[in-house]
Structure formats: C-alpha cells, structure tokens
Write a protein that binds this ligand. Structure first.
Ligand SMILES: [Mn+2]
Length: 327
C-alpha cells in the first residue's frame, strides 16, 4: 500500500512550516478520529510545530486514558490566537467537524486526511485513500515518510485508531498491512492493555442496566430469521444511558444464529423511535429504512420515526417480513 509520496512530502513540508495547526476530527468522535488527531498532535509538537486538537463536543469518558486528551480544546474561548493550517481528519467535509466553517476557512490552507470511500477529495489538499482501514494508518505512514519519532504516546493514540476502526481486528478491513502497522505500534510502546480495557471491555453501570433490560425484551419472528431488540423510553430514562451507547445493542440481535435481519427499536422520546437494521447476504435493509424516510447500505441502515415504539415495531416488522417473504 504505497501512498503517493509527492503528496505526503507536500503535506509534511506544509505542516513543518506552519505557524499554528488546528487538528479536527468529526462529531460523535470515535477512536480513529480522536486517536489520529492526538497522534498527529504529539508528532507535530515533537517537531516544535504549535498544534492544537479542537473538538466540537466533550470527549467521551472512555477516551480519558489517551495521552494528551486533556489538552483537547472544546470551548471556543480557549482557541489559540493564531493558526494557518487546519487538518480535517476521518471525514470529508467541514460540516461533519461540528465546528464553525468560517473559523476553519480562515486558515491559509486546509489539509484533509481521510479513508472514506464517499470522500470525493474536494476539501483542500486532500489525501483520501480508502485502502487504509483507519486514518491512524495514514498518520503512521506520514510519520515514517517524514522520519518523525513514534513515541509510546503516539503509538498508543494510533493503535487506538487502528484497533477501533477494525473492530479490534475483526472487521473485513483487517488486512495484513493493518496487522503489520499494529505490530509496529505495539513495538513502539503502544499501551495495548489500556486500549482494550477502555475501548472494548469497559461497560458502565448504565450500559449494563440497558443490556439487562433490553435482552429481556428480545424476540424473534419469521422462524428466527428476524431478531428484534427494543428499548422502551422508560428503560432509556431509567438506565440513564447516552443515546450513542444504545446503538451497539443491535450486535446482540445480529449475533443470534439464524438471524438474517436484526432490528433495534429504541425510543429516545415517548413519540420518537429510532430504528437500526442489520442484515446478512443479499437481504436489503436500506429499502426498509428508505421507505420510512431513512437510509443506509444494503446490510446496515436506519431511520427515525415520530411515532411511539409499538406503532413503529408493527410497521417496520411488516416491511422487514416483506424483504424475507415471510409472514
Ligand atoms: Mn475512520
């Protein structure tokens, strides 16, 4: 996976000459977005370049272990006095950063480092390469080409990026290159156990509460080809979970053998229900989501309905059964 070297040289030269660099990821941050920003932050500061990680939202507690995370700026009043380069990572447009576009556009140069297929490469100096499983790999390639030292802090940030975006080396994007890069980072001193504990094993009491309540409401339809999990509003409120903590629950429905379509129904208000759908093979759940005003991909889609959960359940299951031709 040899990246285009002249482009990397341009990016390296621009970063090294910068008077101030803002590093930004996307809203609803994840291990790749934040790990890549912090990894590059450590690398640039190691070169004496004034760099700042700026985020639109508070950083979730599970990332508190990341070296440098307490320097992330989340308040506009704490912004540095000057920057001439903005690096947008793990997304392809300024709106996804959740930050003021005017603020970002006032930089002399915008650099975009991303691995999303959907990124058309139209944002500033763009290095977009979907062959990478994580932006963290791109930052490592940048460090290697520049000859920058990968310290244990850098390694921990970038390993977090690789591990989380590959589902801890389980998703189909887990290539040999991903494992080789992970090995490089481990040997550079990545704190692998902290990463696993905080990003994979950690479950808050509210998440466990949700798990207990939601699993007790697991049902199957169509002779077990459809597995449904529901989270009524009462459960959501009683367990005190964040909205983002609920979506992963669909994996429990998907895990049940024989399941061709998994459905997660979660009431975020008494009359607002979010629907997540996952499928195997050619069963297209995007058509179901689209018929309710949502969208997504063949095997993963979702929609939000302004209706109580029970009404949504009936309507969505009818549509799902049509996909599987069962009743
Ligand atoms: Mn990513």
């Amino acid at each position: 996976m040899a990246p285009s070297s002249p482009l990397l040289d341009t990016i390296i030269a621009r970063l090294c000459a910068a008077q101030g660099v803002l590093l930004v990821g996307h809203v609803a941050t994840d291990g790749d977005s934040l790990g890549s920003c912090l990894g590059l932050w450590h690398l640039l500061r190691g070169q004496g370049v004034p760099a700042y990680v700026v985020a639109a939202e508070k950083i979730p507690a599970r990332f508190s272990f990341l070296p440098g995370v307490h320097s992330v700026i989340t308040e506009a009043t704490d912004y540095p006095p000057y920057w001439d380069v903005v690096v947008v990572m793990d997304c392809g447009d300024l709106r996804r950063t959740g930050l003021s576009e005017t603020l970002l556009r006032c930089a002399v140069e915008v650099i975009n480092i991303d691995h999303h297929q959907s990124n058309q490469g139209m944002l500033g100096t763009a290095w977009v390469d979907p062959r990478f499983a994580a932006v963290g790999q791109q930052v490592l390639a940048l460090a290697e080409q520049a000859g920058w030292e990968v310290t244990p802090a850098v390694a921990t940030c970038l390993y977090t990026a690789l591990a989380t975006d590959s589902g801890f080396f389980r998703h189909s994007n887990t290539s040999g290159a991903v494992l080789r890069d992970a090995a490089t980072l481990l040997e550079a001193g990545a704190d692998m156990r902290s990463i696993v504990e905080n990003c994979l094993e950690r479950k808050t009491l509210s998440e466990l509460c949700l798990l207990r309540e939601a699993l007790s409401l697991l049902t199957q339809e169509c002779d077990g080809r459809v597995t449904v999990l529901e989270i009524p509003f009462t459960v959501f409120a009683r367990c005190g979970v964040e909205e983002a903590e609920m979506e992963g629950m669909i994996e429990y429905a998907r895990a049940v053998p024989g399941t061709q379509i998994a459905v997660l129904l979660r009431a975020v208000q008494t009359d607002i229900t979010k629907v997540s759908l996952r499928s195997r093979g050619s069963n297209d759940v995007s058509v179901v989501a689209m018929s309710f005003g949502g969208g997504g991909h063949l095997n993963a889609a979702g929609c939000t309905l302004h209706l109580p959960l029970s009404d949504v359940r009936a309507a969505v299951l009818a549509a799902v059964k049509q996909v599987l031709s069962c009743d």
